[in-house]
Design a protein around this ligand. Structure first.
Ligand code: SF4
Ligand code: SF4
Length: 304
């Protein structure tokens, strides 16, 4: 097999060490930027665009408007007491970030090569060996940077690492096949059983995720479905029943329920974006006991 191209670059927005929630054992999670979905409850809205983005902190800003003057792309404007950044015009030059007297602007995302990421991941190799851990690719959506993800996973396997990915499965099946080849354990999001409702909540339908989930199971990958349980979207007992049936149909035997939380709320303000779930109460395990039972009754090993 051809060796991984370790010079390929990708846009990474975080590398988190010592994670114990993103696959087996102790892991380093590499968060990639870019996602084809637009989930209304997304906890990482800064990860949705693949490009490096400028974030504005309204609490630090004194509205001096110096950033507007220094931007070479006329990508910044001042409207309704807010600094608005046009992410289409912005070329991520960081001039505004460097010149803001209040440090009210920062960029999200960094360009790194496969080798640079791997060097960081390999620093904790001893912990992976002892715990059965390894590397996890997350996002955003790793499938939004297919070449980079593929080479990074291939390189990780060359180093003997256990590989895991956290994915929506939203990609052309041919692309998915190539990437999944080097993944040992798949954390697979499933948001809704109904195509129209899936589109309403995420901007895309669920045919590709279902097709790719079936494929991952069919080739013997270990698949853990992850269901974010979102108030008013997929939290009814009928939703639980239909989701459980869908998992069975795809061959998935285990699933983790992720009750809705508000961890991402503040990030929407930094991005000047509206948040559809503002003031919606979080869900807790105790609220979802009956919901959980429905999966267990279908012989799906479900847990929180
Ligand atoms: S330069 Fe900084 S403090 Fe001044 S308006 Fe821009 S973001 Fe705000
Ligand atoms: S990063 Fe550069 S192009 Fe983008 S808003 Fe700031 S100054 Fe303008």
């Amino acid at each position: 097999m051809e060796r991984a191209d370790r010079t390929i670059q990708g846009t990474v927005f975080n590398i988190q060490k010592f994670s114990v929630n993103d696959g087996p054992g102790i892991r380093t999670v590499v968060f990639l930027k870019g996602c084809p979905l637009r989930c209304k409850w997304c906890a990482n809205p800064e990860s949705q665009l693949t490009k490096i983005q400028v974030l504005w902190d309204y609490k630090k800003c004194i509205k001096c408007r110096h950033c507007i003057d220094v931007c070479p792309k006329q990508a910044i404007r001042y409207t309704d007491d807010c600094i608005i950044i046009d992410h289409v015009k912005c070329n991520s030059c960081r001039q505004c970030v460097m010149e803001c007297p209040q440090k009210a602007l920062k960029t999200e995302g960094e360009i790194k090569s496969v080798q640079e990421v791997l060097d960081i991941v390999l620093q904790d190799e001893v912990f992976y060996e002892e715990s059965g851990g390894g590397i996890t690719l997350s996002g955003g959506e790793m499938l939004a940077q297919p070449q980079f993800s593929m080479e990074l996973l291939k390189a990780a396997k060359e180093e003997g690492l256990h590989t895991c990915c956290e994915t929506t499965g939203y990609a052309d099946p041919e692309v998915f096949k190539k990437i999944i080849e080097n993944v040992d354990y798949v954390l697979f999001d499933m948001k809704h059983w109904n195509a129209d409702k899936h589109k309403e909540g995420t901007g895309v339908t669920n045919e590709l995720p279902i097709c790719n989930m079936k494929y991952a199971n069919a080739i013997g990958k270990e698949v853990l479905a992850r269901i974010p349980v979102i108030p008013g979207f997929n939290d009814s007992l009928e939703d639980a029943k239909q989701l459980a049936l869908l998992l069975k149909e795809t061959g998935t035997k285990q699933c983790q329920l992720l009750p809705f939380h508000q961890f991402g709320e503040n990030k929407y303000a930094l991005l000047n974006k509206e948040y559809a779930y503002q003031n919606v109460n979080a869900l807790h395990k105790e609220d979802l006991q009956e919901y959980l039972q429905i999966f267990l009754k279908q012989d799906i090993n479900a847990y929180f």
